[in-house]
Design a protein around this ligand. Structure first.
Ligand SMILES: [Zn+2]
Length: 497
């Protein structure tokens, strides 16, 4: 949206009669906003814990600004970075406020002055201009001079410098170790190698999954029956929106610099609070029902608490005949109207993230307090908000790579849980000593209640455990580059011939 600014004297003179003799040169002045005063001291800023050194030198820009004004100066800086639209400088000045323009002028200068380093990292400079302009349009800008080099950090992150720098750090790990970890994605054996799982017993798979999934349905539906003669308490979505925006900032801080380094990612779009809806609104069709079956079936399939039905029946997740048998079992289970009805009801009581529209669907009610206590449920809601946000900011390469492995849920849910648990541990530590945060998470006036221990480690059964193992061996920094920036080898994803 265009910000209000003083009209240019040139345009004004066209509309109104000239009542006095103006000096000729007045007609040439197109900008009346005072230009920003740029720093004249050159310094090198090292971004903490990275190899990035930013040369901050605004002297040439300052001189240019005095010579050709804001539009000309922006035009020159954009052109030096490969954006050659001859009208761009003027369009920017017409559209944006002086504060936005001052941010952009400095950001372009930073990338212009450090262009060689960016090119060495393989960054395409016109892309940087596009990202910086997107940032200015979004208009959530950290001002120059902000404590802790906030402005410089923001420019390094949102322009893509950080992303390129992190992805350029060599992955120092023995190929043998990487291959072993890669094997976790193929529990039945690597493609083209000796397979480790015997013949499928389809009847055992069918009965085992029916029992396990019926247990899941009954357990998870139980809290949603209200106490006799009463209604369940509704969740206040305005309160959830406040928690969501706090968590967005907290997650970015705890996992800094990785999530914000994805310069084309959703963190440079709408805030989390703008992406929340009720799970009651999820339309339940056949695809949705089947999606639930595959997600939950995979979750319980290797879990001894549910009889590990896939293991017991020799289910091989990469064998087409087994996949076909499983598809049939899910279809048969859903052909039972009572079973399908329970799944449909549970889907509307299951938080979820929709990749298609980027929305997060949250539970609309508190559960029956006789079945689940309110304090613990508040932690559950926070855990859910973090978990679903991790889906929101997962790099699309990771979601795509899940299609190419036998155990896709390690990528889709396991790493989500690894990062959720890490954030939960930090959040719990802080909330224990911060009354304001405690009131936000647990609700005003609620006495301190720590989160259940299960929320502080990666869940999702074997898929979470496998992702945690990969994170422990390769290091949190590497898997963060893999998960948030899409550099898949850091998640032990490899090509198979
Ligand atoms: Zn999930």
């Amino acid at each position: 949206m265009r910000k209000s600014r003083s009209p240019s004297p040139v345009r004004k003179s066209k509309r109104e009669p000239i009542l006095f003799e103006a000096p000729a040169e007045t007609i040439e002045i197109q900008e009346i906003d005072p230009p920003p005063v740029l720093e004249q001291v050159v310094r090198d800023y090292s971004y903490p814990n990275t190899s990035i050194v930013v040369r901050l030198d605004y002297r040439a820009t300052s001189a240019l600004l005095n010579q050709v004004g804001m539009a000309g100066c922006l035009q020159h800086l954009c052109s030096a970075l490969g954006q050659h639209n001859p009208e761009l400088g003027r369009q920017l000045v017409d559209r944006f406020s002086p504060v936005q323009l001052a941010w952009l002028l400095r950001a372009l200068t930073i990338y212009g002055q450090n262009a060689g380093k960016l090119t060495d990292l393989g960054v395409e400079l016109p892309t940087v201009v596009r990202r910086l302009l997107h940032m200015v349009r979004r208009d959530v800008l950290t001002q120059p001079g902000t404590a802790g080099n906030g402005f410089e950090n923001e420019v390094v992150l949102c322009g893509g410098w950080m992303q390129a720098s992190l992805c350029a750090v060599p992955l120092e790990v023995e190929p043998k170790v990487l291959a072993e970890l890669n094997g976790l994605y193929f529990p039945g054996g690597l493609p083209g190698r000796r397979q480790l799982i015997g013949a499928l017993d389809p009847d055992l798979l069918r009965t085992g999954l029916r029992t396990a999934l019926t247990t899941v349905l009954d357990d998870q539906l139980k809290p949603w029956d209200p106490p006799p003669g009463r209604q369940l308490e509704r969740v206040d979505f305005a309160e959830m929106a406040k928690i969501a925006d706090f968590l967005q900032g907290f997650i970015c801080t705890v996992l800094s610099p990785f999530p914000l380094a994805y310069a084309d990612g959703p963190l440079y779009g709408a805030p989390y609070s703008g992406c929340l809806a009720s799970s009651e609104e999820v339309a339940v069709d056949t695809d949705r029902l089947l999606g639930w079956m595959w997600n939950r079936g995979t979750r319980v399939g290797r879990d001894p608490n549910y009889g590990a039905p896939m293991k017991v029946a020799n289910y091989h997740p990469g064998r087409p005949a087994d996949q076909e048998a499983l598809t049939q079992i899910y279809a048969d289970l859903l052909s039972d109207p009572e079973f399908a009805g329970k799944v449909a009801r549970l889907i509307n009581h299951t938080p979820q993230h929709a990749a298609a529209d980027g929305m997060t669907y949250l539970l609309p009610c508190y559960p029956n307090p006789a079945v689940r206590s309110r304090e613990i449920w508040r932690w559950r809601m926070t855990h859910t908000l973090i978990h679903e946000f991790m889906h929101h900011i997962t790099h699309p390469n990771v979601v795509e790579a899940a299609e190419g492995v036998d155990q896709p849920q390690i990528l889709k849910e396991g790493f989500v849980e690894v990062f959720t648990a890490l954030v939960m541990r930090r959040l719990s530590d802080r909330a224990a000593n911060d009354p304001e945060l405690r009131a936000l998470i647990l609700g005003p006036g609620t006495p301190w209640t720590p989160p259940p221990a299960a929320y502080l480690k990666a869940g999702y059964g074997q898929d979470g455990a496998d992702a945690q193992q990969i994170a422990d061996v390769l290091g949190q920094g590497n898997v963060a580059v893999g998960f948030f920036l899409g550099d898949l080898k850091r998640l032990a994803i490899m090509e198979h011939q």
